[in-house]
Design a protein around this ligand. Sequence first.
Ligand SMILES: Nc1ncnc2c1ncn2[C@@H]1O[C@H](COP(=O)(O)OP(=O)(O)OP(=O)(O)O)[C@@H](O)[C@H]1O
Ligand SMILES: O=C(O)c1ccc[n+]([C@@H]2O[C@H](COP(=O)([O-])O)[C@@H](O)[C@H]2O)c1
Length: 189
Amino acid sequence: MKKIGLLGGTFDPPHLGHLLVAEEVYHALDLDEVWFIPSNDPPHKDSTDTNTEDRLEMTRMAVQTNHHFDVNTIEIERSGTSFTFDTVSSLVNTYQDTEFYFIMGGDMVEYLPKWHRIEELLELVSFVGVQRKGFELECEYPIIKVEIPMFEVSSTLIRNRVQGGGSTRYLLPERVETYIKERGLYGKR
Ligand SMILES: Nc1ncnc2c1ncn2[C@@H]1O[C@H](COP(=O)(O)OP(=O)(O)OP(=O)(O)O)[C@@H](O)[C@H]1O
Ligand SMILES: O=C(O)c1ccc[n+]([C@@H]2O[C@H](COP(=O)([O-])O)[C@@H](O)[C@H]2O)c1
């Protein structure tokens, strides 16, 4: 049986917090790989700042130097609203000798009871929660809790920094930082 971690996200942009979470859970649960899954249309956000191609390209750049990380484009290819139930159902059908672990930060754990077809989703995947400042890892559903060194960077912080001309050094993979500058994403710098 292979053990694959899934880190779904908007990745607008992907930052070092995402990479840290994936790496920590990879080691803690002895996973074979972690797949980053950029959402097409995130279920609980109004819209994304950046077009899908840029988010995908930045996510590819972010994971490039880690051989046990990969990007999976299933949600972008499916188009429409990116419900995790649809994604996991499809992956479970395609990869039959694999156990999937869906990784998420504390902000997502709180919201889990409201997820689309959550009861059925729980039958297909194990949920893994990591701490995030300001959020409890308490949930009515079984969650595997993994302790990680907390690093409270968010895509929102990055977007605000870029917009305001602040530093994003040591918050982003360097290639992603350069890409944002070159493409003029998230406002002026
Ligand atoms: N610094 C972090 N520590 C722990 N988990 C994180 C961190 N940043 C993101 N995550 C988790 O990674 C997943 C994808 O997050 P997402 O792409 O929405 O990034 P974000 O930084 O939360 O974005 P935004 O600020 O735009 O809401 C979510 O489960 C989220 O909780
Ligand atoms: O399926 C749902 O109902 C659902 C509701 C909220 C979030 N998710 C997923 O959780 C992951 C993290 O969400 P986000 O928006 O913080 O990037 C991402 O893969 C979303 O598709 C899924």
